[in-house]
Design a protein around this ligand. Structure first.
Ligand SMILES: NC(=O)c1ccc[n+]([C@@H]2O[C@H](COP(=O)([O-])OP(=O)(O)OC[C@H]3O[C@@H](n4cnc5c(N)ncnc54)[C@H](OP(=O)(O)O)[C@@H]3O)[C@@H](O)[C@H]2O)c1
Length: 305
């Protein structure tokens, strides 16, 4: 099989590319920049899917939680179009292909489900219509929907916060925790829907390889946790205290209230269909995930100094 990944140069994409290669699959990436084993978005528009592509993955996206970017209309537009328009371009290329690929797997987020202290969400739960981020997920998922006349299996991967030592949230919080200055965010009681990066790559690969997999798959670990439970597990894996809570107003000041919500509020999400489809999590529990992520970071930081 030969896989085309839109946005495959990023944090999750690097892990996915490695896993696909280990499974004997060839990868080409669609990127804003040209390079080896890459095509650009304008190449895709001009010449369509490269020959021999049997699976397409859509995972591009401007980083929503970039603290250097102000949450204004132009940034929100970049966040939206990097997901919706890029996914639409891949879907259009599939529709126009003489030999369409067997499968399209597209990312989405658990921001689809409304944050709530008590509700429990699986893939069939309603959502996608209550704020900017949930509407973004709806539009993003709609962009990945192919007409029934196109013979191509479709899967949507709704991801929680991805934990990995080389990107995403862990990279942002590693040094405060390493210095013993980490702590829960806000009250800490909010749900923290997390997943290890090896499992996001694993779920996407599972959806590519297995013909029986289609529809929405929640990419969250089967062991739900609150922000306070995650904080405790990560600090303990690093042999550090976690006594410095970050007040909610600090997050709202850094990120703005619309984005701050992503961290200050959370959803309890269950990977019901993901498990029913036969996927086995490499990191099902918080302790093993935090140990993996933090130990490797500690080794890297010691050997790198
Ligand atoms: N990381 C998480 O915790 C998390 C959680 C839920 C959902 N997701 C979703 O999963 C996907 C992959 O996540 P990730 O953490 O791997 O993302 P990432 O590393 O931040 O970015 C993925 C890729 O998106 C492309 N990109 C960035 N800004 C863009 C823009 N303005 N226009 C077009 N392309 C742009 C970049 O590729 P080029 O520079 O090569 O163009 C980048 O390598 C994203 O869609 C993200 O929203 C991630």
């Amino acid at each position: 099989m030969s896989v085309l990944i839109g946005g495959g140069t990023g944090f999750v994409g690097r892990h996915l590319t490695k896993l696909l290669a280990e499974n004997g699959l060839k990868v080409t990436v669609v990127s804003r920049a040209a390079g080896p084993n890459k095509i650009t978005w304008s190449d895709l528009q001009r010449t369509g899917l490269p020959d021999g592509i049997t699976a397409v993955v859509s995972m591009s996206g401007e980083n929503i939680l970039n603290p250097m970017k102000r949450w204004n209309e132009s940034f929100k537009q970049a966040v939206w179009s990097s997901r919706v328009d890029c996914t639409q371009s891949l879907a259009n290329a599939i529709c126009q292909a003489t030999n369409p690929p067997k499968v399209l797997v597209s990312m989405s987020g658990v921001g689809y489900y409304k944050p709530d202290p008590t509700a429990e969400y699986d893939e069939d739960s309603p959502g996608g219509d209550f704020d900017y981020l949930s509407e973004l997920c709806t539009a993003w998922e709609a962009a990945a929907k192919l007409p029934s006349s196109v013979s191509c299996r479709q899967a949507i991967v709704r991801s929680g916060v991805v934990l990995g030592r080389d990107g995403g949230m862990i990279q942002q919080i590693y040094w405060p925790f390493f210095l013993g200055a980490g702590g829960r965010i806000g009250s800490g009681a909010q749900w923290f829907p997390w997943v290890h990066v090896a499992d996001v790559a694993g779920i996407i690969t599972h959806a590519i390889i297995n013909d029986h997999v289609s529809g929405v798959l929640n990419a969250v670990a089967p062991e739900p946790a609150t922000n306070a439970e995650f904080t405790k597990a990560f600090a303990s894996a690093m042999w550090r205290p976690s006594i410095f809570p970050v007040p909610g107003f600090v997050m709202n000041t850094v990120y703005g209230p619309e984005r701050g919500k992503v961290i200050l509020e959370g959803q309890k999400v269950i990977p019901k269909k993901t498990l029913e489809s036969g996927y086995k999590f490499a990191f099902p529990d918080l302790k093993s995930a935090c140990q993996d992520v933090s130990q490797m970071l500690t080794i890297t930081s010691v050997s790198g100094s």
